[in-house]
Write a protein that binds this ligand. Structure first.
Ligand SMILES: C[S@@+](CC[C@H](N)C(=O)[O-])C[C@H]1O[C@@H](n2cnc3c(N)ncnc32)[C@H](O)[C@@H]1O
Length: 281
């Protein structure tokens, strides 16, 4: 990673295994229960995970992977509550990672005003971060299918600083507004690589001259996984869709550099994730 990057670490205050076993049961159970994919179409690994939820056997690797599955499943595989005829999504992983991410945003977005979130998923992060940082206008965006769920979260929270979510597929039409901050969590490994390229290519057009970019999620370094759980997660992703996969930090940095953004911080987060911050030059 570039010499300028500040590398720091954040410990999970709840301990390394906190909540993961129950999350495993929830996630695997939800995948089965919500019919996201029919049980027969579920990857064997997920069926294994469901069966292993209450077992100690091979606990470590599977339990670590459970958090990853929750992250990957995002909106669709998350627990859903039927509310007023609309499915209200709920992502357990957002509940787990929101405080460590907020700690980073409090530091790096303290002087920001207008944040564009790409791939808001459920909208839970938006509600939490916008509520904690009322000086920000937090603009959610995602593909069309996720907007009703995001709207439910925003309407319930009724915050003054979360405008109507925008439909934004990074490979399609982008908003005309400019933002002094862009945030995205757990998206680069879900998007196809050409979509990741499109995201970075559009940044100069939608950001102000002093903008910051914060991206949370798993990254590889020098072509290597940072943990066994990330390797297992990558295998699971690729089995689910060949276009998905954990991105190499240097390849993402190259896209950022081309778009005029320099890496200024690379922060270790719980569960082998990173929060990487770039500054527009
Ligand atoms: C794993 S979910 C993460 C959701 C949320 N950010 C979180 O951390 O819980 C991945 C998100 O990326 C979004 N996404 C995938 N491809 C996208 C694209 N081409 N353009 C915009 N969003 C995309 C999905 O709709 C989904 O909301």
């Amino acid at each position: 990673m570039p010499a300028r990057a500040k590398v720091t670490g954040i410990r999970d205050p709840r301990g390394p295994d906190h909540g993961r076993l129950s999350a495993l049961a929830v996630t695997a159970g939800v995948l089965l229960a919500t019919g996201v994919a029919g049980a027969g179409a579920l990857p064997h690994r997920v069926a294994d995970l469901a069966a292993a939820a209450s077992a100690r056997h091979h606990r470590h690797r599977r339990v670590l992977l459970s958090g990853r599955l929750a992250d990957a499943s995002g909106t669709r595989a998350a627990r859903q509550t039927r509310l007023s005829g609309v499915e209200k999504p709920n992502s357990p992983s957002c509940e787990r990672n929101r405080d460590p991410i907020l700690a980073v945003l409090r530091q790096h977005f303290a002087d920001r005003q207008r944040v564009l979130e790409i791939g808001s998923g459920t909208g839970q992060h938006a509600v939490y971060f916008a509520g904690a940082m009322p000086q920000l206008s937090w603009q959610c965006s995602d593909r069309a299918e996720n907007l009703p769920g995001i709207r439910l979260w925003l309407e319930e929270a009724a915050l003054p600083n979360t405008p109507e979510p925008l439909e934004l597929d990074v490979g399609g039409h982008w908003p005309a507004q400019r933002y002094d901050a862009v945030f995205s969590a757990n998206t680069l490994h879900i998007m196809a690589w050409d979509e990741v390229e499109a995201l970075f290519a559009h940044l100069p057009r939608i950001t102000t001259g002093d903008a910051q970019l914060a991206i949370y999620g798993p990254f590889n370094y020098d072509g290597r996984y940072t943990s066994d759980s990330n390797a297992a997660f990558d295998e699971w992703l690729k089995a689910r869709g060949a276009h998905m996969g954990i991105r190499d930090a240097a390849e993402v940095d190259a896209l950022a550099t081309k778009s005029g953004f320099d890496l200024i911080a690379d922060i270790a987060m719980p569960a082998n994730n990173r929060c990487r911050i770039w500054q527009r030059r």
